[in-house]
Structure formats: structure tokens, C-alpha cells
Design a protein around this ligand. Structure first.
Ligand SMILES: NC(=O)c1ccc[n+]([C@@H]2O[C@H](COP(=O)([O-])OP(=O)(O)OC[C@H]3O[C@@H](n4cnc5c(N)ncnc54)[C@H](O)[C@@H]3O)[C@@H](O)[C@H]2O)c1
Length: 433
């Protein structure tokens, strides 16, 4: 394991609500003012050793995590606003929590974005801070950005994370996404219909030897072409789409039903959201990308094949409604129709009303994913990191090998803890805490 020496560049695609909430919180935290609540790498205590030997250590005491004080932030966005202006516009955090780090935020000015309004129709004509050129030219410019950022900031390592808008749904196409060679041909042929901007960032990051994390549900990192690139460039990648609110609840409640052998006939999830993300997702083609990511969650936990009497006929529906008055303060409702003893005639209901704050839940995941991706890189791990499924709505699995994605939050946490133990030189185990 290489030590976490020198500066770690964190380059975010998108300088919107999630990214600015992450940067402000991290800057406040390293000043000793902010609480990194929700961040497992900063707050969790993991048991190592057994019996008399057991100890509860912070993640950074088990493995050599990069220190948040060594992070340098950069970003790309279609809007030219600096991180201070963008954080104020996003209005997730209060000015009293932004002002103490204003000077540092004002220095973070977004680089021009690789953007295509066909992929995010609601942002068409907005911003104007754009690169131009073919897909190959965009990639070359992004690679240049990464190299320059590294040199100008004296970074030892860089992680690139997508926290930009959700793109329209791109169906997997074997002829373009099925292999690295096919993708490279499509890039050179400027196949703008099937090579999305997010694929350009992922391709550029990995080609520069930087781990790439996909925080949105875009078709991007979950295609064989990208797996091959990750292998070739020897960089870690993970699944996609931060697991924050409603889906987090789903992956807690569904295992409860399964372990108690309670049946499920329907699960209806809806929510109201009024930030820019909500506006983008109001377009049906962008919502579909999110819908696919959210719908996949319970199928592997509640298996219709293994338990047809309990889970053979589930009506699962997910809706997101753009409702500006709420801003980033999302409200998510879930209704579960369940049954047990004597079957469906004695149905019961569970209602969840989660009044959350979208970016407050996502920001710690950005920190954890960046730190873990950097850890993996220094540990010489590359390709899909299943242990990072814990943080993601669409955990990655190799679907060509028939692997199942792991959705159950507690199973995911076990895998996560064991990887940390293993990297720290301890024995993995599943003992009671
Ligand atoms: N907050 C959560 O709980 C959560 C959970 C899961 C996923 N996400 C995803 O995270 C992403 C960010 O969410 P947010 O609330 O910060 O959204 P946001 O709209 O506030 O910020 C996204 C930013 O990305 C920029 N952008 C769009 N396309 C770009 C491109 N090609 N290159 C560079 N910049 C680009 C936009 O201009 C915008 O400023 C969204 O895709 C969202 O779906 C958020």
C-alpha cells in the first residue's frame, strides 16, 4: 500500500448543490468547525480483532486514508459561477456556514464543461461555460484539464467524481459499449447519439490514471468498454448513483421483510424535490435514467425466483415530482403493501415519510467515495470495487459473468468493513459487533 503522501486532487464534474455542499462541509470540517455526520470514513468505528483482542477503530486508524487537509478541489460546470456563488445559489447551506470559507470557495472556478444539451434538455442554452469539438476533441481537452490541474496544484493523485446532472437514458448498445475498441471507434466516429458527455469524462479520467466515480445513474461506467479501460489503465471504479434517501430506506426495509418472510404486493414511492436536479429530472428522458436505477433495488433482495409466494407479484412504482417551493429539502413518501400469516387477505401497510435534505445526505458519500477510491488506487486495486456498493443505488456487478448486484445495506456494510479490515492487515469476519 502506497502511503497517502502529498495532495489529493478532487475534480468534480458539476459544481451544483451536491458538490458545493461537499466542498463547504469539508473545508469547515478541516477548520474544526463542521461535523462530518453521515461520513463513514470519518465517523464509523469498525471492530478489528476478536474476543479479548477486539478494538473499535476509526477507518483512518485501520488503513492509511488521505487526510481531508490534503485535498484540493476543482470542478467543471456549464455555469461560470465560482464555488462561493454556486453554494449561495444552491441555498442548501446557510450563509453563516459558507462565509467562513468564502476565500477558498471563490478560488474554485469551474473549467469549461463537456456538455451536450441533447442529454440534459432542461439545461439547453443555459450557462455558456462550454467546450466545443467532437467527442474525441472533448476528451483530449478534459485530459489536458486533469494534467494541468494536477501540475498547477502540485497534486500527487487525482480522483474524478461525477456530481453533475443526470443525463437522458442511454440504452446499452453492444456495438458501441460492448468493448473498449468499439467505444474508441465510436468516439472517433463522433457517435454523439451513444457516447454521452459523462462517458467522455470517465474515459478522460481513466486515461489519465484517475479513479472515476459516477454519482448519477447515467449509463457510463456500467458498460464492458469502461470495465476494460479500468483494467487497462489499472484504476478503480465502482457502481453508480449515490444511495441517499428513499433508496437507502428501501435497502433497509426490504431485508427486514425478507428475514421475517413477510410478503410484498406493492411498493409505491413518490417524492417532491425543488432543486435544479429536480428540474432536470422533470424531463421524462432524464427521469427514466433515475427510474431504472431506483427500480432495480428490491429485485435482488426480494427474489421472485426463490420466494414466489411472497415476492412473485410485486407492483413497484417510483415517481419524482419537481416542486420548486421545497428546494433541496426533498420529501419522500413510501407506501408498502405487505402480507404475512394467511396471505394477502390480511394485508398490512407501512408508510414512510422522509423529510430529508438531498445534498446534506449526498455530501458525505462524495467524501467517502473519493477517499475510498484513492485508498483502492494506492492499494493497487483496479476495476470494479464491489465493496463500494455500500454507497451506491446501482452497485456494480459484472453482468457478463452473471454476477448479482448487492443491494442489502447490511450485507454491503459487511463487505465494506471486511475490505477495510483486509487492507489494514486484519482478518475479515462476520462476528457480532
Ligand atoms: N442529492 C442526492 O441525494 C443525490 C442522490 C443520488 C444522485 N444524485 C445525483 O447527483 C447529481 C448532482 O445533484 P445536484 O443536486 O448537485 O444537482 P445540481 O443540478 O445542483 O448540480 C449539477 C450541476 O451539474 C452541471 N452539469 C450538468 N451537465 C454537466 C456536464 N456535462 N459537465 C459539467 N457540469 C455539468 C449543472 O450545470 C449543475 O450545476 C445529479 O445527477 C443527481 O441526480 C444526487
Amino acid at each position: 500500500m502506497k502511503p497517502a503522501q502529498g495532495k489529493l486532487g478532487v475534480m468534480a464534474v458539476g459544481l451544483g448543490a451536491v458538490t458545493t455542499t461537499f466542498i463547504v462541509g469539508t473545508l469547515m470540517y478541516r477548520k474544526g468547525i463542521g461535523l462530518p455526520g453521515g461520513s463513514v470514513t470519518q465517523m464509523a468505528r469498525i471492530r478489528v480483532g476478536r474476543g479479548e483482542q477486539r478494538r473499535y477503530l476509526k477507518v483512518g486508524e485501520i488503513v492509511p486514508m488521505a487526510n481531508v487537509s490534503d485535498m484540493v478541489f476543482g470542478a467543471w460546470d456549464i455555469f461560470p459561477d465560482n464555488a462561493y456563488e454556486s453554494a449561495m445559489n444552491a441555498a442548501v447551506l446557510q450563509p453563516k456556514d459558507i462565509e467562513p470559507v468564502r476565500d477558498e470557495l471563490e478560488k474554485i472556478r469551474p473549467m469549461a464543461a463537456a456538455f451536450d444539451s441533447d442529454y440534459v434538455s432542461r439545461l439547453a442554452g443555459k450557462g455558456g461555460n462550454l467546450k466545443t469539438g467532437s467527442r474525441r476533441q472533448l476528451i483530449d481537452q478534459l485530459r489536458d484539464d486533469i494534467r494541468q490541474f494536477k501540475t498547477q496544484n502540485g497534486c500527487d493523485r487525482v480522483v474524478v467524481i461525477w456530481a453533475a446532472s443526470t443525463e437522458k437514458y442511454v440504452a446499452y448498445d453492444e456495438t458501441v459499449h460492448g468493448s473498449l475498441q468499439a467505444l474508441e471507434t465510436a468516439i472517433d466516429d463522433n457517435r454523439t447519439d451513444l457516447v454521452s458527455p459523462s462517458m467522455c469524462y470517465a474515459y478522460a479520467a481513466m486515461s489519465e490514471g484517475a479513479p472515476f466515480i459516477m454519482g448519477a445513474p447515467n449509463t457510463c461506467i456500467d458498460i464492458p468498454a469502461m470495465w476494460q479501460l479500468a483494467e487497462q489503465a489499472k484504476v478503480p471504479i465502482a457502481g453508480k448513483d449515490f444511495k441517499t434517501g428513499q433508496t437507502l430506506m428501501k435497502t433497509v426495509l426490504a431485508p427486514m421483510l425478507r428475514t421475517r418472510c413477510l410478503g410484498l404486493s406493492g411498493w409505491f414511492s413518490t417524492n417532491i424535490l425543488g432543486n435544479r436536479d429536480g428540474e432536470v429530472l422533470d424531463a421524462p428522458e432524464n427521469f427514466h435514467t433515475k427510474e431504472v436505477s431506483k427500480l432495480g433495488v428490491i429485485d435482488t433482495i426480494l427474489s421472485s425466483k426463490e420466494q414466489p409466494e411472497l415476492y412473485g407479484d410485486i407492483y413497484h412504482k417510483v415517481r419524482i415530482n419537481y416542486y420548486p417551493p421545497r428546494g433541496d429539502a426533498k420529501e419522500g413518501w413510501d407506501n408498502l403493501d405487505i402480507f404475512g400469516w394467511m396471505g394477502r387477505d390480511y394485508g398490512m401497510q407501512i408508510k414512510v415519510d422522509f423529510l430529508c435534505r438531498d445534498s446534506i445526505l449526498a455530501a458525505p458519500l462524495v467524501l467517502d467515495l473519493v477517499l475510498c477510491a484513492d485508498l483502492a488506487q494506492r492499494a493497487g486495486l483496479w476495476g470494479t470495487q464491489r465493496w463500494l456498493s455500500f454507497f451506491l443505488k446501482s452497485p456494480m456487478h459484472d453482468f457478463t459473468q452473471g454476477e448479482q448486484p448487492l443491494h442489502d445495506l447490511f450485507q454491503q456494510y459487511t463487505v465494506f468493513k471486511n475490505k477495510i479490515r483486509e487492507l489494514g492487515g486484519y482478518e475479515p469476519d462476520e462476528e457480532f459487533e
